[in-house]
Design a protein around this ligand. Structure first.
Ligand code: DPP
Ligand code: ZN
Length: 876
């Protein structure tokens, strides 16, 4: 396939200042008439041919300024329309009529049908599946959209912007017209037509503008949309207060659809959501679902400024809108919930998804320089690491200067299709700082490592930290440049408080941050009379790995006393990780592992420490995942030995704390009405974490079964089901609970996703056959992305022992399934296939089997560009 390169960017010869679209909607045949006002770009004085993008289009008519175009003057293929001799004036109206078949669109890009609703998805390049266009984000156009449909089939007709008019037509048809006054790129176009239920609300902006809010869902699900509406209102208020961003249209609509490739889409004034991120009540959604809904509603809403009002010049700049908007939604959730707990959760996600990407064959810079298929760059690196980079800018500049930079960005670039250089420039302008070295965070792939040693000299009262940076090589970047790494730190004294120091030499140290810029710094702090315990990378100030020799007693001290909650969690997590790795090595050497009483005792103390939030304690007690351990070990991975090591530690913690855990478990039971607020969710999280430990002990299945039976909400019910299915697989209790859950929720696909996922992630060799059998379950559908991600995605990315079964059966099943999914939906298939990205870290036998599986996919004829790109980069 073709490779697109950042350095090849050039502005388009033509602009499209106005776009009028007329849809006559039919499920097997939809007619689209596009009237495009086309202008040659200023400065281009000679006529040049006009080339528009298409993707699988059927053209029915073409006119320029009202006249049919001569067959010799254009060439239309499904994927391209060329007009050889556009009018010499350089300004004209181009009319194009295309015919689409929404009911046959299974790729879910462009115009398609989901549960009898017409909907669209245009990011990144779906608009070209609707009409020929300059389908690139720097072509900003003012859209007017007219839709016609049969009133019974589609009483609701929505598009971007504000409603203009609507009315009846003959034969039971009707129409509506929408106009969006804000010029926008084609990827933000959207249309929804169908028969949906809705809840409405109103919002008055800071300057007094009235906005009508609507959330549209399947009939009968209106009462599951209230939380999303509440989250939307809170997002609107927060963005005004924290970033000064006000909403700008008369209406803001959200539509939930059940077939959606992504989480949600920020189309101007008409967000379209995967229903998983809208619908929630206590009976069907877990606390994690509620938190995700809040975050994604906020994310898409925040795009209105960071993404829509200021968009991207080209797709290489994707992180300009995504990294920044993720940062904004993280801050929102931190303000709405608990800041330290949110931060820990973010870092866990970053490490679980972005680190393996950055450390494997799919590594790419936050701003990539080349791509073959842009759909494959909606990645944890662009989103999550992109957010971390924005966070570091704030750390370096301080919150106030950062806000001034954001104000300048929003003012200077409103209406622009901007670049990362534009973004960095505003922060240089407001701070007077040089961010050119810092900019490497956008340009250079790979997770930097800092290797750290310390020494204390009591005689001179000096404490010295030696820091050495390295960035491991990544594909096509073997030589790395030195980065600017802001490293937040504290010197913790024996009383648990941060020690004051006289001065620091060897690096710039300001506001509790060491600025690492050179290969090596020897930073000496004076006036440090007692040996401090070093707390480093507080709050995860930089997305790096640390190699630091720290005594276990220092880690235990930090886990108990660090004033930075994140570092406290980190210290305990490091202790747990080290213990599991030691156990893993024991198992490989044929020995039984042993765990120190300090560690298991500390687990008990954290559990009952009332100075800590429940949610924090739950996160601390959750053992590092098998994949996290594998990443720490790095190579020659045997997932079965990791599993055994992790289980041994879980058992040891459970046995050492049986009494404490059991008593606390009882105390945490809540009565009264359900509330999804963070404090209640934290309490449930801790209780369910304790259940997971207690289920290892005698009568564990009984206890989990009782928990399942007495649950009054989905959080507790799903947690108990997972404990039964994972710790007591095949037991009478597990079978009964699985059957009951299936019976009760068979008709609710989103709830059944949990049931699929829980079984897909049940550890052990049996998972392959279980998952294969579940593909035949009536609630499963290979055409629905949510079902596929739960069952197949859950198995491949969250079941280390099942997927990486030693005989390769997991890979064989996976390969077949990915190819089946690919026939309908290449985008979802390509995303699934990234589950194999860490194959080179496996032990040799599994590695060979994984490679065979990848080669088998690669050998297929007619592979989609999406899947081929992932497979070839993974194998390279
Ligand atoms: N732009 C969407 C989002 O991240 C994904 N396509 O919000
Ligand atoms: Zn986004």
């Amino acid at each position: 396939g073709q490779v697109f390169r950042l350095e090849d960017y050039r502005p388009s010869d033509y602009l499209i200042p106005r776009t009028e679209l007329d849809f006559r909607l039919g499920e097997d045949s939809t007619r689209v008439v596009a009237r495009l006002t086309i202008e040659r770009r200023a400065g281009i004085d000679k006529p040049v041919q006009l080339e528009l993008d298409g993707d699988g289009l059927t053209m029915r008519r073409i006119e320029i300024d009202g006249e049919a175009v001569d067959a010799a003057d254009f060439d239309a293929t499904p994927d391209r329309l060329v007009i050889y001799n556009p009018p010499a004036s350089g300004r004209f109206t181009l009319l194009i009529e295309t015919e689409l078949a929404p009911s046959r669109n299974e790729a879910l890009m462009g115009l398609y049908r989901s549960s009898n609703v017409y909907c669209t998805q245009c990011e990144a390049e779906g608009f070209r599946r609707i009409t020929y266009f300059l389908d690139r984000p720097d072509i900003l156009s003012v859209y007017t959209v007219r839709m016609e449909a049969q009133r019974t089939e589609a009483p609701l007709l929505l598009s971007n912007g504000n409603p203009v008019e609507h009315g009846d037509l003959e034969d039971g048809w009707h129409y509506a017209v929408w106009h969006d006054p804000f010029p926008k790129p084609s990827y933000l176009f959207a249309l929804v037509a169908g028969d949906l239920g809705c809840i409405k609300d109103r919002f008055v902006t800071a300057s007094g503008k009235q906005v009508e809010l609507g959330i549209y869902v399947e009939h009968g699900k209106e009462n599951q949309a209230g939380y999303a509406m509440d989250a939307l209102r809170r997002s609107m208020t927060w963005d005004e207060e924290v970033f000064g961003c006000e909403y700008d249209l008369d209406v803001f609509n959200i539509v939930a659809v059940s077939d959606f490739n992504m989480g949600a889409m920020e189309n101007k004034g008409l967000n379209i959501f995967n229903d998983k991120y809208v619908l929630a009540d206590e009976e069907t959604a877990t606390d994690i679902d509620f938190a995700n809904i809040e975050a994604i509603i906020a994310h898409e809403y925040f795009h209105n400024w960071t993404g829509n009002r200021i968009t991207c010049r080209d797709w290489f700049q994707l992180c300009l809108k995504e990294g920044l908007t993720v940062f904004r939604d993280h801050e929102f959730s931190a303000d709405q919930r608990s800041r330290p707990v949110k931060r820990i959760a973010e870092v866990r996600t970053l490490r679980a998804h972005q680190f393996p990407e950055d450390q494997g064959p799919l590594a790419h810079p936050v701003r990539p320089r080349r791509y073959r298929e842009i759909n494959n760059f909606y990645t944890p690196t662009v989103y999550e690491k992109g957010s971390e980079v924005v966070r570091m800018i704030r750390t370096i500049l301080g919150a106030e200067t950062f806000r001034r930079g954001m104000d300048l960005y929003l003012e200077r670039h409103d209406g622009d299709a901007a670049t990362i250089e534009d973004f960095l420039q505003v922060f240089e302008d407001v701070s007077g700082r040089d961010l050119s070295q810092f900019a490497l965070w956008y340009h250079q792939a790979g997770t930097p490592n800092l290797s750290v040693t310390t020494r204390h000299n009591a005689a001179t009262a000096e404490f010295t930290i030696e820091v050495e940076q390295s960035v491991p090589p990544t594909p096509s970047e073997s030589r790395k440049r030195l980065m600017h790494i802001p490293l937040a730190f504290g010197l913790v004294g024996s009383d648990g408080k941060d020690m004051a120091y006289g001065g620091a030499e060897g690096a710039t140290v300001e506001y509790g941050v060491i600025h690492v810029r050179k290969r090596k710094h020897v930073v000496t702090f004076s006036g440090v009379t007692e040996r401090p315990v070093l707390s480093l990378n507080r709050g995860f100030s930089a997305p790096i790995t640390l190699s630091i020799e720290q005594r276990p007693e220092d880690q235990i001290f930090l886990a108990s006393h660090d004033s930075d909650a994140f570092s406290r969690w980190q210290a305990f997590n490091t202790l747990l990780t080290d213990a599991i790795i030691a156990a893993f090595r024991n198992f490989l050497g044929g020995k039984q592992p042993k765990f120190g009483a300090e560690l298991t005792g500390l687990a008990g103390r954290i559990a009952v420490d009332d100075t800590l939030e429940h949610a924090f304690r739950a996160l601390a007690l959750a053992l590092p995942g098998e994949a996290d351990i594998a990443r720490e070990i790095g190579k020659n991975i045997d997932p079965d030995a990791i599993f055994a090591g992790r289980e041994a530690l879980a058992r040891s913690i459970a046995e050492a704390n049986a009494g404490v855990f059991s008593q606390l478990y009882d105390e945490l039971l809540m009565s009264g009405p359900f509330s999804p607020d963070a404090a209640s969710a934290g309490r449930r999280a801790l209780r369910n974490t304790l259940l997971d430990y207690l289920a290892i002990l005698p009568d564990g299945a009984k206890r989990a079964s009782a928990h399942f039976a007495s649950a009054t909400n989905m959080t507790d019910r799903a947690a108990a089901l997972a404990v039964l299915a994972h710790r007591h697989a095949g037991s009478a209790e597990a079978k009964a609970a699985l059957a009951e859950f299936d019976k009760r929720y068979r008709g609710d696909p989103l709830v059944m996703d949990k049931w699929f996922m829980i079984q897909a992630t049940a550890p052990g060799a049996g998972a392959v056959d279980a998952v294969r059998a579940l593909t035949e379950h009536p609630a499963f559908s290979i055409a629905n992305p949510n079902r596929v991600r739960s069952l197949i995605g859950g198995f491949a990315s969250a079941n280390q022992t099942g997927f990486h079964r030693a005989d390769g059966a997991g890979y064989t099943f996976f390969t077949e399934t990915v190819l089946t999914v690919e026939k309908r939906n290449p985008q979802v298939a390509a995303r699934l296939a990234t589950a194999l990205r860490s194959w080179r870290s496996l032990e040799p036998k599994r590695q060979a089997k994984a490679r065979d599986a990848l080669l088998a996919i690669q050998a297929k004829e007619g592979l989609s560009a999406d899947l081929r790109d992932i497979i070839e980069r993974t194998l390279a």
